[in-house]
Design a protein around this ligand. Structure first.
Ligand code: GDP
Ligand code: MG
Length: 301
């Protein structure tokens, strides 16, 4: 039974890498489903987060940051974004309030010009502004650049302004029934969430090229009779030297990655988790289309 006044739709969250899109998505959903790290381009896949309210269902699409594609993975990311933008009822364009880096966002803005759906500006990280009076001129500068439906200052970290943003988002949705059952939070399988959690810890704990050279595949996810969740995952890297770094002295780095991931997975699944991590070299997986597909970087249609 769908009440007559029910609304539903898809909303893409876009913007330069590192502006806080994943943080905002997690905040809007009230739960962490997208991985967050201080390094740009953490998010590689299109991730949906589903928010079900009494008379509305909104499906959020988190995208890799808008940027110039490089290599096969870059092409995949760019294609994911154009695809995300074609199908949505609204777009939230996220930018940073603290620095007037509008010039840097120019290519992202160019991508928006193709979008037919209304676009909201979420000017994020206002908690970092030393003086709130700085906000008005920044908002005016953005308004001069693009015909945003609304411009809303927020802090995805503290939650300030986010309920105003959500109200503006809900106002964009057309009438229609829910797409997903009310208790479903994402359309990604559990194994994807597990792989992303491990990948996030690699991003947070390793340096230089390692995070970008690593991919994670969950080989097994099984509930044991004791109630414990047994997970075996493989971390793929591109070179033996990277494998040595991910494993660390006497296995120390791999242990840190595993412990941090396990803690978070236990909180998420609400059960004890036994996480077994392996590291394998898969040369040039980022340049190899078959390897990309196998690791889950695949376009959905
Ligand atoms: P994405 O690449 O756009 O998805 O950005 P992330 O959500 O991964 O965030 C990038 C970095 O910015 C992380 O270190 C976040 O903790 C931080 N961040 C996100 N939103 C805010 C905010 O409102 N205030 C502050 N101070 N930091 C934020
Ligand atoms: Mg992200």
């Amino acid at each position: 039974m769908v009440p007559e006044d029910h609304r539903s739709g898809f909303v893409a969250i876009v913007g330069r890498p590192n502006v806080g899109k994943s943080t905002l998505l997690n905040r809007l959903l009230g739960q962490k489903i997208a991985i967050v790290s201080p390094k740009p381009q953490t998010t590689r896949n299109r991730i949906t987060g589903i928010r079900t309210l009494p008379r509305t269902q909104v499906v959020y699409v988190d995208t890799p940051g808008l940027h110039q594609p490089r290599g096969k993975l870059g092409e995949f990311m760019a294609a994911t974004i154009s695809q995300a933008l074609e199908e949505v009822d609204g777009v939230v364009f996220v930018a940073e309030a603290p620095e007037s880096r509008i010039a840097l966002d120019e290519s992202a803005l160019a991508a928006l010009r193709e979008v037919k759906a209304p676009v909201l500006l979420a000017l994020n990280k206002i908690d970092l502004l030393p003086d709130k009076r700085l906000l008005l001129p920044r908002l005016e500068a953005w308004a001069a650049r693009y015909p945003f439906r609304e411009l809303i200052p927020i802090s995805a970290s503290t939650g300030e302004g986010v309920s105003r943003l959500e109200a503006a988002i809900l106002a964009l949705l057309p009438a229609g029934p829910a797409f997903y059952p009310p208790d479903q939070l994402t359309d990604q399988p559990e194994t994807f969430f597990v792989a992303e959690t491990v990948r996030e810890k690699i991003f947070l704990l390793t340096r230089q090229e390692i995070p970008y050279a690593a991919a994670v595949r969950v080989e097994e996810l099984a509930e044991r009779e004791s109630g414990q969740l047994y997970i075996r995952a493989v971390i793929f890297v591109e070179q033996p030297s990277q494998k040595a770094i991910v494993i660390g002295e006497g296995g120390a780095m791999l242990k840190r990655i595993g412990q941090a991931a396990r803690r978070e997975l236990e909180a998420f699944f609400g059960v004890r988790v036994y996480l077994e991590l392996w590291v394998q070299v898969r040369r040039h997986w980022r340049r190899n289309e078959a390897a990309l597909r196998e690791l889950g970087y695949r376009l959905t249609s």
